[in-house]
Write a protein that binds this ligand. Structure first.
Ligand SMILES: Cc1ncc(C[n+]2csc(CCOP(=O)(O)OP(=O)(O)O)c2C)c(N)n1
Length: 626
């Protein structure tokens, strides 16, 4: 594929609004798709991003905008990591080189960025619910906008998507679901539904259907007549013509299904979309695509190019990325599992990201990838623990938000031995608002009987996992993105619950830090010492139970400062003040942490600096207060 974006005569440069595509014929739209792919590869090679998913969805997005009248009509993107072509067609081409950079174009649809972005995409499986809401609101208001949801074959297996499908079929809402089926989640897609799609794709009927559409495309003039005929008869005959009805899960839910269509054939896509948009009631267009389409390295390694860092366009070479704390956790878990055969590991579609690949390879029978189903992951953990296993659920902070109910009811109330490894806790960087690990300190602390550790470096993480596995009842460990991936070669230590450690003595100020901010607290203490202020630095280690002794001792200083990489509202800093109040102690205090507003994308170190959570900011806040 050529990635020459310097071409002076690109069609996309003349696109002012996506409706400009209405004036283009299919051949021109194919060129548009090529130009979009080249731009995506070129820009993302410098910034990193969700390359493979976005390349795979380019033709679908071009066809959608060629048929729809956005922003009057609405496209709701599930996850939204595949929407780069949409961004490029809706006014963000000139700025696309700032993708995922601070102040630049966000990596996901974001209504604050553009009226063409319908909702805060980022978490999987929510698009169908949002689209149904929009469709019903339209009906109530007497509007005529068309509503389309674009969702992947992995995301449609999430519980929330099923709940929406159930209602969409029942109330027969007028909306279109475009199912982008590429056989991939981040890794190859898992689960019974994936097998179901596989059967559909491999049937003769699909091949016949595909050939039929191709033949009709070649005829050109017959297209719209055939499309209309297909549309009118879709409800009754499409499934019999194209698909074995035993596999038509969606038809059985009351949704009219179009036959699978080649998702890189823009003409065929437009034709099927037109048909689907004319159906009275909900329609589903099953689109078969190739992840990474058009860029050979991404087609060959879709997993690597799912969410990739900067890369060399010509060779496809990607700068090696450290596995960070996730890798350390994964290695230690393998060691622990060799010693205790009750240990099992669970991921919700994030095997690589959470560092579980080595575990999965060594203990395939004890490893469960449940797909994008966080609620189920926690329920499954509860059942496994009840049955005598020792489940470790490795999950990103932001996605665990999905499963608080299951954490409380299926794990915590029965006091089961489940360990939660909460990865990406704190500021995550390029993914931005929907992905920040900002809330876990709050939502885990409220869970009855759950203990929570916050290790401050790789060695501490090894100890924390060892400790969590040795304790009875539910235990969570939170650690940030990145960090050192050097797992220390030493005998892990067991920590005493609720016991902090002192890293520096000082009587002027007490800096009480949790996890990732301990290092910054130590550096801040150096800066303060240079100003004649002696700071005590405590690595608090436990977010629950808190070390009440360490907190009470802080009352002997002139200022207690709490430091957490999480929202302040309901966090450990507020709880620290409550502890002092319960002990009848009073000390001037500063709670430093994340604000009560969304934190956008950008370089994590810079964001922490802007939020005053680096050494400089902490020292400045202390000096200002003193
Ligand atoms: C609730 C939730 N869990 C996990 C993720 C992480 N995640 C982002 S994209 C993705 C795979 C999506 O696969 P699919 O829906 O098939 O889309 P594709 O990338 O194949 O186009 C996952 C697991 C997420 N965004 N949201």
């Amino acid at each position: 594929m050529s990635v020459d974006t310097q071409d002076k005569h690109r069609i996309i440069d003349a696109v002012q609004a996506p409706t400009d595509l209405h004036a283009l014929d299919d051949d021109e739209l194919r060129i548009v798709a090529q130009e979009l792919r080249a731009q995506i590869v070129e820009s993302a090679s410098r910034t990193g991003g969700h390359v493979a998913s976005s390349l795979g969805a380019v033709d679908i997005i071009v066809a959608l905008h060629a048929e729809l009248d956005c922003p009057h009509d609405k496209i709701v993107y599930d996850v939204g990591h595949q929407a780069y072509a949409h961004k490029l067609l809706t006014g963000r081409l000139a700025d696309f080189d700032t993708l995922r950079q601070e102040g630049g174009v966000s990596g996901f649809p974001n209504p604050d960025e553009s009226p063409y972005d319908v909702h805060y995409s980022g978490h999987a499986s929510d698009a169908l619910s949002v689209a149904l809401g929009l469709a019903k609101a339209r009906d109530l208001a007497g509007g005529d906008e068309r509503i389309v949801a674009l969702i992947g074959d992995a995301s449609i297996s999430g519980g929330m998507a099923f709940e929406a499908l159930n209602q969409i079929g029942q109330i027969r809402a007028n909306m279109v679901i475009v199912l982008n089926d590429n056989k991939m989640s981040i890794s190859p897609v898992v689960g019974g539904l994936a097998r179901h799609f596989g059967e559909i794709r491999s049937t003769n009927e699909y091949r016949e259907g595909r050939d039929f559409i191709k033949a009709q495309m070649a005829n050109g003039g017959n297209l719209s007549r055939a499309a209309l005929a297909f549309g009118h008869s879709a409800k009754s005959s499409a499934k019999h013509f194209f698909l074995p009805d035993t596999t038509l899960v969606y038809e059985q839910l009351g949704i009219t299904c179009m036959a699978p269509v080649d998702g890189h054939d823009i003409a065929a896509l437009r034709r099927v979309l037109r048909t689907a948009l004319s159906v009275d009631g909900p329609a589903l267009v099953h689109v078969v695509t190739r992840k990474g389409k058009g860029y050979e390295p991404a087609e060959r390694q879709p997993e690597l190019f799912h969410g990739v860092g900067p890369f060399n366009v010509r060779t496809g070479e990607v700068a090696p990325r450290s596995a960070g704390y996730s890798g350390v956790m994964g290695k230690q878990l393998v060691c622990e599992a060799r010693a205790d055969e009750r240990i099992v590991a669970i991921t919700a579609a994030m095997k690589e990201g959470t560092g579980l690949t080595a575990f999965a390879d060594e203990f395939p029978e004890r490893f469960f990838d449940v797909g994008i189903c966080e609620e189920h992951a926690l329920g499954l953990a509860g059942g496994l623990a009840k049955g005598g296993a020792k489940p470790v659920v490795a999950i990103y902070s932001t996605f665990l938000q999905r499963a608080i109910d299951q954490l409380i009811v299926n794990v915590a109330l029965p006091r089961l031995d489940v360990v939660l490894c909460i990865d990406r806790a704190g500021i995550v960087g390029g993914d931005g608002v929907t992905h920040q690990g900002a809330y876990d300190l709050v939502y885990t602390r409220m869970v009855p009987g759950l203990r929570m550790l916050a290790p401050s470096d790789a060695t501490e993480l090894v100890d924390a996992l060892h400790t969590a596995l040795a304790l009875d009842g539910p235990v969570a460990i939170r650690y940030p993105r990145g960090g050192s991936d050097v797992a220390p070669a030493y005998e892990p230590q067991l920590w005493k619950p609720g016991k902090a450690r002192c890293l520096r003595v000082g009587d002027d100020v007490a800096l009480l830090a949790w996890g990732s901010l301990v290092g910054q607290a130590l550096l801040a203490a150096e800066l303060l010492a240079a100003q004649g202020v002696e700071a005590r630095v405590m690595d608090m280690r436990w977010a629950k139970p808190l070390d009440e002794g360490a907190l009470c001792a802080a009352a002997d200083t002139r200022l207690m400062v709490t430091l957490e990489e999480g929202v302040l509202c309901g966090g450990v800093g507020e709880e620290a003040l409550a502890v002092l109040a319960r002990h009848g102690l009073c000390v001037p205090a500063l709670n430093l942490g994340l604000p009560d507003e969304p934190v956008p994308h950008g370089d994590p170190a810079h964001i922490l600096h802007e939020l005053g959570l680096d050494a400089e900011g902490i020292a400045a806040a202390v000096l200002a207060r003193l």
